[in-house]
Structure formats: C-alpha cells, structure tokens
Design a protein around this ligand. Structure first.
Ligand code: ADP
Ligand code: MG
Length: 321
C-alpha cells in the first residue's frame, strides 16, 4: 500500500512549464506575467452529487479540471496554475492513475501547471483551485463580469447547451439516444470542453459573461440579477437539439440542464458581425438567442415563434432547492 507521499509523488507531481516553485514544499511560488492581474476560483466535485461513485476515473479527472477552467473562461482569463485537493476513500492505484491521467491530460491541453494540492483519506471528493490571468489596462482588469450587461445587448450562447443533461437522461434510462447523438451527448457530459479561447476572444467585446453549469436560464438569470436588467429570449433561435424523440425533455435540457460549460454572454449589437466571425475562427457555434431589456427585475421572458410567452417551469439546478 503506497503512502500518502508516494501517491503524491507518483501520480500528482509533474514537471511545470511556467512556475517558480511547484509541488513539494509547503507552498508553491508563481509570478504573474507583466501587465496581468490574477483571477482565481475554486470548484468542488463530490461523489454522489456531481458524479456517480462508479464514474470512469479518467473522464472524471478531465472533468474535475475542466469545470474549473470553465470558470476562468467565463471571466475571459487565461488559465495558468491549478492546485488539487483530493479526498480518497482508499489508495486504489489503478483508479488514481487513471484519474491523474485525465486530470493532467486536461492540464496539458490548456497549458496549465499543476503546482500543488492536498491528499487525504475520506469520502471521494475533489476540489481544485484554479489561477489565471487577465490584462490590466489603465488600472482596470479586462475580465468579463456578470454585472456588465446593458439594455440593448444581444444575448449569445456557445455550442448546443442541453447535451450533457440529455446524456445524463440517457444514462438514467429516461430517454434512449441513438448514434450519433448518444456519443455527442455523453462526450458533453463526461469530457466538457471549457470555452477558454472564446472567453479570451470576448475581452473588450462582451459586456457580461457566465458559464453554464446549472442551466442556461439559471445562469443567464445571474447575469440579469447582477446587471439589474431583464431579458427576452426567442425559443426558435435556440441551437437545435441533437435528439428530438422527446421534444419536451430536450427543451427542458436545453433551457435548464446543467453541466454543459458553454458560455452565455451579452454584447452590443454593433459587435454582432465580429462575434459571429469567431464561430469560424474558433470552430464553435455561436448563436444569438435574444436581447437584454431595460428593467431591474431580472425578469426573463421566453417567446415562441408566434411571439407568445412560453411558461418557464424551471431555470436550472439548485443544490438546496
Ligand atoms: P503539508 O502537510 O505542508 O500541507 P502535504 O503533505 O499536504 O504538505 O503536501 C506535500 C506537497 O505535495 C505539497 O507541496 C502539496 O502542494 C503537494 N500535494 C499534495 N497533494 C497533492 C495533489 N493531490 N496534487 C498535487 N500536489 C499535491
Ligand atoms: Mg497539505
């Protein structure tokens, strides 16, 4: 049975590329790039809540880092460093090796140095602290905030939200997905692609942004509350769902399904063409789904093709609802 320190050395310590002192001491040392401010965030993945205890460890390792990178993407930040706190019920080396391989694959894909963490015995649970950078211009960071949406802004969404929730519905037997939708939705669920390049491209263009972790309407709702504005969305403009066999479920997943890690953002209509052009350069669908309206209530109106308001049953996932 390997010791805690053997586990750390064997599975969680890799060479770093842009770090003064990585894992191994009481703290890590990093130096921000000139002209950059640090952006940091933390996200936890708990067995039974965020993933099934029998989840594939390699995919889980990827997702553990990817969901944290997504928060930095939503800020328009360049991810640079990560720390991993792991609580493990037992030292199952093949499981840990697979988890670490997924985690470090994601770190390598996004050029993130893993600079430390904590390893303890306990209920299966992972917590990452991610650190990234955004430029500072005239004493102001270029980060994208939830609070910047303006009346008249267009509302955009990346990719096709709802696929992860549809994939989960498939695994739970609530829907039967056929290929290629099945692979597509399961990939969205297990191997989310944080929209880092999009977030960086939107610096100075978007007025507000958030990543979709709890549901499109719920997360857009956070922008509305923080920006003290309202929104009108057009259902027929929404990105098409992969499977229409169960239209009601597909629509619920699209509007309120969590775990997609797409970005929803707002930008002045004058920037429409510039943003639309990113879809080609980033090879990522970007869809304008509505606009921001005057009014401090945070109200969200969803219109069907005839312009009639569609009732909203739920906005998304809430751990304590
Ligand atoms: P301390 O007792 O001072 O907190 P630890 O024994 O917890 O130190 O950790 C030793 C070193 O290994 C530290 O540099 C820590 O950052 C690193 N480390 C511990 N767990 C992990 C992990 N899961 N992933 C990456 N680095 C880790
Ligand atoms: Mg420690």
């Amino acid at each position: 049975m390997p010791s805690e320190f053997e586990l750390i050395a064997r599975y969680f310590t890799r060479p770093t590329a842009h770090t003064l002192l990585g894992a191994g001491d009481d703290g890590a040392i990093v130096c921000p790039s000139p002209g950059m401010a640090l952006v940091t965030s933390t996200d936890m993945l708990v067995a039974g809540t965020h993933f099934m205890p029998g989840a594939d460890p390699e995919a889980l390792g990827w997702k553990t880092l990817a969901v944290n990178l997504s928060d930095l993407a939503a800020m328009g930040a360049q991810p640079r460093w990560a720390l991993l706190a792991a609580s493990l019920p037992e030292a199952d080396e093949s499981w840990i090796a697979a988890f670490a391989s997924g985690f470090f694959a994601c770190a390598a894909a996004f050029n993130v140095d893993v600079i430390g963490g904590d390893t303890t015995r306990g209920p299966l649970n992972f917590c990452v602290n991610i650190i990234g950078e955004v430029p500072v211009v005239d004493d102001r960071s270029q980060a994208l905030l939830r609070s910047g949406a303006q009346p008249g802004d267009e509302i955009w969404v990346s990719g096709a939200p709802g696929r992860a929730a549809l994939g989960l519905a498939h695994l739970q037997g609530r829907i039967q997905l056929n290929e290629p939708a099945r692979s597509d939705c399961l990939a969205a669920l297990h191997r989310p692609q944080p929209r880092v390049a999009l977030g960086i491209a939107l610096r100075g263009l978007a007025n507000a942004a958030i990543d979709i972790s709890d549901g499109l309407l719920a997360d857009l709702g956070h922008i509305l509350e923080r920006s003290k504005v309202c929104a009108t969305l057009q259902l027929e403009r929404m990105p098409g769902m992969a499977d229409n066999a169960n239209a009601a479920l597909a629509q619920d997943c699209l509007l309120a399904g969590g775990d997609d890690y797409e970005l929803v953002f707002t930008a002045p209509a004058s920037r429409h063409a510039t943003i639309a052009a990113f879809a080609d350069s980033l090879n990522l669908a970007l869809t304008c789904i509505g606009h921001i309206a005057e009014g401090a209530s945070g109200e969200l109106v969803l219109l069907d093709a005839e312009g009639k308001a569609v009732p909203i049953n739920r906005r998304g996932f809430d751990h304590f609802a």
